[in-house]
Design a protein around this ligand. Structure first.
Ligand code: DAH
Length: 340
């Protein structure tokens, strides 16, 4: 009996030794301690034995069973280790491979223009200010000397909200950045020297108009700011913006309710592909005395100039873009081309 058990355990040692995978491990396990396993059969015969024999051999059989279970457990954990290292080595990371790369986002061309403009004006002493796109009738029109029957105020041109301001007038999406003049000048003391870039809205949409577009407002209010300052500053700005000395400016008489005199600023490149054409760039003018008064300032003491330029226009000219709609279509083939 003892020899028999020893043989079984020795056999089991050999068999477990030669196991290479979990399938054969199961098989070997079944062979020895499974339901019909070699050792299990001993237990089954047990019932036929008398108590003394049971006591004598029961212990031995149990010892043999424990030894086999240890063999099983060892092999099992060994196989697990092997599996882990196998899967690690088959999924080896080659650290020398070039990375897949993450592409960095790119600043939108209009924002690039805005940042360029901010930098230039900061360098000549202007502050950059920001304000809401939802405006009151007063800031957008009335304070800017726009009469109640001005066409820009019509439902065809302006997006009105179903919300009213303190005066019972409907709020609106600002149609230009000029209301920032009113906001800022009525809450800050002169000298005032700011630009206010941002989004503006009009009911208008074709190859050259978008219902949302961008402007930058310029405002300089002090005691002795003249049209000559406007000319000097705006000329310098355009030369910096287009990075060329080869351009001419023309201040063409025009009309805006909030300036007197008013001008349309045209520019012409004297070299390059756009050479020789006058291009409309900006509205501008000396601030109307009524507007100075609406700022809460005395037009006897204070004067200044303002301008409002379209960022889309400036961007199109700088990069040679011919269709405004490219800016809003989010086509990476377009956007990726503009990186400086
Ligand atoms: N707000 C005008 C527009 O959107 C542009 C403009 C013209 C702004 C003359 C000004 C200005 O500040 O002085 O058409």
């Amino acid at each position: 009996m003892i020899h028999l058990l020893d043989d079984i355990v020795k056999n089991a040692e050999k068999e477990f030794e030669s196991v290479k995978d979990s399938a054969s491990l199961d098989r070997v396990k079944a062979h020895f301690i499974g339901k019909n396993g070699v050792l299990t059969k001993f237990f089954k015969q047990f019932s036929d034995f008398d108590i003394e024999t049971k006591r004598q051999y029961g212990k031995l059989i149990n010892e043999a069973k424990n030894k086999i279970e240890v063999l099983l457990a060892n092999k099992k954990s060994y196989l697990q280790d092997v599996n882990i290292s196998l899967s690690v080595s088959s999924n080896l990371i080659d650290v020398t491979l070039p990375g897949r790369g993450k592409s960095f986002g790119n600043i939108h061309p209009i924002m690039r223009t805005q940042e360029r403009i901010e930098k230039i004006f900061r360098s000549i002493g202007f502050d950059v200010i920001d304000g809401p796109e939802i405006e009151t009738d007063w800031n957008n029109f009335t304070a800017l000397n726009s009469p109640i029957d001005h066409p820009a105020r019509s439902m065809q041109d302006t997006f009105y909200l179903n919300l009213k301001d303190q005066n019972g007038l409907p709020l609106l999406l600002r149609t230009h950045t000029s209301p920032m003049q009113v906001r800022y000048a009525s809450t800050n003391k002169p000298p005032i020297k700011v630009i206010a870039p941002g989004k503006t809205y009009r009911i208008d949409s074709d190859a050259t108009h978008s219902p949302m577009f961008h402007q930058v407002e310029g405002l300089w209010v002090s005691k002795d700011v003249s049209f000559a300052d406007l000319k000097g500053i705006y000329t310098e700005f355009l030369k910096c913006f287009f990075e060329t000395e080869n351009l001419l400016l023309r201040f063409r008489p025009s009309f805006f309710p909030f300036t007197e005199p008013s001008a349309e600023i045209d520019m012409m490149f004297t070299s390059g592909s756009n050479k020789g054409k006058w291009l409309e760039i900006s509205g501008a003018g000396q601030i109307h005395p009524n507007v100075i008064r609406n700022f809460g300032l005395n037009p006897e003491y204070y004067m200044g100039f303002a301008f409002g330029s379209g960022l889309e226009r400036l961007t199109m000219l700088r990069y040679g873009i011919t269709d405004l709609r490219h800016f809003y279509e989010n086509d990476l083939r377009f956007l990726n081309q503009i990186r400086n």
